[in-house]
Design a protein around this ligand. Sequence first.
Ligand SMILES: *[C@@H]1O[C@H](CO)[C@@H](O)[C@H](O)[C@H]1NC(C)=O
Ligand SMILES: *[C@@H]1O[C@H](CO)[C@@H](O)[C@H](O)[C@H]1NC(C)=O
Ligand SMILES: *[C@@H]1O[C@H](CO)[C@@H](O)[C@H](O)[C@H]1NC(C)=O
Ligand SMILES: *[C@@H]1O[C@H](CO)[C@@H](O)[C@H](O)[C@H]1NC(C)=O
Length: 224
Amino acid sequence: MGPFAWFLLAFLFPLTLVKDVNLLCHGDLTDGFIPVPLNESNYHKLWPYNLPLSDCYSFTDGVRKLWVYSTDKSHSHSSTTKPRTEISISLIDDGYTYASGMWQFERQAYVPNGTSGVCIMQIFCSPNADGGATTLMLRVYDGALKYYQQQTVEDNIYDQWFKVNVIHDTAAKVVKVFINSALKLTVNNRGGSIHSFKFGVYTQNNSSCYMESCWKGIKVLKFV
Ligand SMILES: *[C@@H]1O[C@H](CO)[C@@H](O)[C@H](O)[C@H]1NC(C)=O
Ligand SMILES: *[C@@H]1O[C@H](CO)[C@@H](O)[C@H](O)[C@H]1NC(C)=O
Ligand SMILES: *[C@@H]1O[C@H](CO)[C@@H](O)[C@H](O)[C@H]1NC(C)=O
Ligand SMILES: *[C@@H]1O[C@H](CO)[C@@H](O)[C@H](O)[C@H]1NC(C)=O
């Protein structure tokens, strides 16, 4: 290699490093956000009305496990929705969470092989948006994590922990989903003015008989 080539290498190599460092810094999704204090009373639970909570939920060693069967009852006598075991993170007493600002929901999720046709996370909204009470649903169909029943957010999610960050910018009306810190979905929100984060298992069409998701490291953060 001639001296000029060495010169080029010496010049280009640090540039490559700088680029990687920028990428790494950019990977810290919570920069500018502060965690909101959460205690158990913020974890508002919904589960089939005829069962004890311990038949569809456990909280052991920091892991919240939620499960439901497609044959279970809805979460209340009066509801006609399909069975669910879900947690809604409620920061204020009316059960809703936020109406303005930029919010982030971070946690690790685990879905066992066999769980399908189920929503594992949603951003609830009120009043109803076009086509429903959610502005985001992440569903599992045959091992793929999907935006509703539409595009795939991440393939092959079964049987492993993965990190999910959801950022909802209510001013820009945009929702972003990151899996293991990589941006995987950017969508407009679907209306509604008051929102809250929910997670667990909520039966959808073509579900498996048994549905389960596990969660840990849950944080709600607000952009300041
Ligand atoms: C838990 O959070 C609720 C709602 O934010 C609050 O009213 C309550 O005082 C908190 N309890 C404790 C023990 O911190
Ligand atoms: C899930 O289980 C089925 C049936 O046991 C198996 O055929 C399939 O390969 C498994 N999928 C994954 C991703 O492990
Ligand atoms: C389920 O399927 C029925 C009929 O095919 C449809 O009307 C309904 O909107 C579907 N529900 C969901 C949650 O996709
Ligand atoms: C459910 O699955 C069947 C066959 O597997 C398919 O024809 C149907 O469109 C699916 N329905 C929904 C709502 O996904």
